[in-house]
Design a protein around this ligand. Structure first.
Ligand code: NAD
Length: 331
């Protein structure tokens, strides 16, 4: 199939070219984000391969369907950026990579938390400058903390187990309870109990209309003073302005994010020589108790290999049979 691969960087090409060697799809790479304005680039491609910050809204999908495009191959797990009703209406099949390495994301949660609790990033910089002072770097221990995991699917389940390994008490909220986790000692509870009792809260549910701004002024008010929130799921699960105010008041003690609700204007680009216009984001970067990574939780060698392999296998299956087990279904 001829595939327009949007939002590509050097590393995407490397892993996709490698995976495509024996398959032989015709891959056309574009650095551009997929938008209404760029959809035309895919006019003669049967398949469009898109990523987390591409915007597959009604207008973009209508334009793709006017060309040759029949398949949208998301090279990620989430598909909150695809208007699924519009895709159905325009006869576009959407496939995704449901799991490529839940370990990559779950381990990154710990990396963020440890940076916040042990200021390893600051020590690294200090030591490189010959500054061995420990002033301002008193750490916090994870052992014994009560952790709330929201969403215990593939990633959340691993996160829960990692925290059990640290000697934490782990509570969880999900509509579907994982019996294995219960056997491991995780206690399922309601959201209010998580807000009220947890020292650390880690988000692993998908972004849906019902989960948008799950963390907001009201839910933050119910939390323990000095609570730690980690979000590696999707930025809009958190009302960032509310988190900012909670950081200023001290209610929110530590804030670690790999995702941000306005990240599509920032992440995956080198903006180091530009004036970044997002004042809320830039202010957050000045807080000593905030640690931000640019949507890199998934970014490991294993995950990139799996993403490329599964995306191309999805495309091949659709090409051969018109359907694919990793098809996104609505309703
Ligand atoms: P998954 O589908 O395996 O698990 C999601 C879980 O959330 C399911 O168990 C589901 O029942 C639960 N859920 C749904 N609605 C909920 C709600 N309202 N409250 C609580 N739980 C709810 O998905 P996953 O592979 O574990 O991924 C989780 C999220 O991580 C994805 O939605 C994606 O947005 C994000 N993600 C981020 C990165 C990254 O690089 N930062 C990489 C991969 C995935």
């Amino acid at each position: 199939m001829k595939v327009a691969v949007f939002s590509t960087r050097k590393y995407d090409r490397k892993y996709f070219d490698q995976a495509n060697e024996l398959i032989g799809h015709e891959l056309v790479y574009f650095e551009n984000l997929l938008r209404e304005e760029t959809a035309q680039l895919a006019a003669d491609c049967e398949c469009v391969c898109a990523f987390v910050n591409d915007k597959l809204n009604e207008q973009t999908l209508a334009l793709l369907a006017q060309g040759k495009t029949r398949l949208i191959a998301m090279r990620c797990a989430g598909f909150n950026n695809v208007d699924m009703e519009a895709a159905n209406k325009h006869g576009l099949t959407v496939v995704r990579v449901p799991a490529y390495s839940p370990h990559a994301v779950s381990e990154h949660v710990i990396a963020i938390l440890m940076a916040l609790y042990r200021t390893t990033h600051r020590s690294h910089n200090r030591v490189r400058e010959g500054n061995f002072s420990l002033e301002g770097m008193v750490g916090h221990e994870v052992f014994g903390k009560t952790v709330g995991v929201i969403g215990t699917g593939k990633i959340g389940a691993l996160v829960a187990k990692l925290f059990l390994g640290f000697g934490c008490k782990v509570c969880a909220f999900d509509m579907r309870e994982d019996e294995e986790l219960t056997r491991w000692g995780v206690r399922y509870t309601d959201l209010d109990t998580i807000w009220e009792t947890c020292d650390i809260i880690s988000l692993h549910c998908p972004l849906l209309p019902t989960t948008k701004h799950l963390i907001n002024e009201d839910t933050l008010a119910k939390m323990k003073s000095g609570v730690t929130i980690i979000n590696t799921s999707r930025g809009a699960l958190i009302d960032t302005a509310a988190a900012y105010h909670a950081l200023k008041s001290g209610k929110l003690g530590f804030f670690g994010i790999d995702v941000y609700e306005e990240e599509d204007n920032l992440f995956f680009e080198d903006l180091s020589t530009e004036i970044i216009q997002d004042d809320l984001f830039m202010r957050l970067t000045t807080f000593p108790n905030v640690f931000i990574t640019g949507h890199q939780a998934f970014f490991t060698d294993t995950a990139l290999t799996n993403i490329a392999d599964t995306t191309l296998a999805n495309i091949s299956k659709f090409d051969a049979s018109g359907s694919c087990a990793n098809q996104v279904l609505i309703g």
